[in-house]
Ligand binder design. Sequence first.
Ligand SMILES: [Zn+2]
Length: 119
Amino acid sequence: MALYRMRCTSCGFTQDRRIAATLDPKTFCTLCEQEARPVPPKRGQEIVRTGDDWVGKGMELRAQMARRAARVQQDAPHAPTLRPNVEGEEVGSWAEAARLAASKGLDPRPFTRMAEAQS
Ligand SMILES: [Zn+2]
């Protein structure tokens, strides 16, 4: 298993997911069930430095935090923490996420559904 930061190709919702390590990681969006793909590395981060694991230190740190979060969540394993974000840009509410997605030309409906589910 490996930790990937996966981004939905339809609505842009981004979430760290533990899935089988592969050259072509693919999963489905938690919100809208469309295909999610790994977030491409930022410019300058695509260079693999000697001594660094290919996932990089940031990913390793996120993995550690995810493991800690998983331990904390052990008594509620089916309640993942879903933080409202669009393409990794965190916002204060699902309604805000819907507006941001629409402004980016992404599908805002999954965020609208989350906002309605909370009200
Ligand atoms: Zn989605």
